[in-house]
Ligand binder design. Structure first.
Ligand code: NI
Ligand code: MN
Length: 218
């Protein structure tokens, strides 16, 4: 499976199926393929992004799924703690500690709650934390789903910063950590290389820093 970071929280997984998570795509970064499935972690515009334009099929929390279905986009609604299988890909919706105003719908429109996903495809499990604070139940995500990769926000201000994400990485225990949700704007400016050094100095975990548009093979 190939994992591509398209900037901010947007991740493209290419394998048996092509899954795009949180399609808020950085300027000038091409989306090479038509995704089979778009998964949305929560309603904030920097995550819902281009869902209406790109989605053939979506996975989202019930409140967002209902909105999408009303606009003619096929949507698989689910909720925190549940697992569904769509076109051979398993999506488990995990908690996130964050707000969930659905900006694209209307001012104050309820987007349910914020979430993350464990996505299982082609024998690999990817944990995309969405936007979240650190929470100790991340240990359960590690124990239950044993992810191969953890995509963790490190930008601070709206989510965990590097110190909290370092503890999150240890709670989850995925051997590979990829930082996301940083340096999109000055308010979430961080140095990912110091995050990488701090984790790799004190744990057995590895951190891969991707450039927007860059891929790795898992
Ligand atoms: Ni958010
Ligand atoms: Mn965000």
């Amino acid at each position: 499976m190939k994992l591509t970071w398209l900037g901010h929280s947007c991740i493209l997984l290419t394998g048996t199926s092509c899954v795009l998570v949180d399609p808020f795509i950085g300027d000038g970064i091409p989306v090479e393929e038509n995704p089979d499935i778009v998964a949305v972690t929560h309603g904030h515009a920097d995550h819902f992004g281009d869902t209406l334009r790109l989605a053939k099929k979506t996975v989202a929390i019930n409140e967002i799924a209902k909105y999408l279905k009303n606009r003619g986009i096929p949507a698989e609604g689910m909720n925190i703690g549940g697992t569904i299988e769509v076109e051979g890909v398993r999506f488990t919706m995990t908690p996130a500690v964050h707000s969930a105003w659905f900006e694209s719908a209307a001012p104050g429109y309820c987007g349910g709650v914020a979430a993350g996903y464990v996505i299982a495809m082609d024998g690999k499990r990817i944990y995309h934390a969405g936007d979240t604070a650190l929470f100790s139940d991340m240990k359960l995500i590690g124990q239950l789903y044993d992810p191969d990769v953890a995509l963790l926000p490190i930008g601070g201000r709206f989510t965990m910063g590097p110190d909290e994400a370092m503890m999150a990485a240890q709670f989850i225990g995925a051997p590979l950590v990829i930082p996301i949700h940083y340096n999109t704007w000055p308010k979430i400016s961080q140095d990912p290389s110091s995050f990488k050094r701090a984790i790799e100095r004190t744990t057995d975990l590895k951190v891969t820093i991707l450039a927007p548009g860059e891929s790795i093979e898992l």
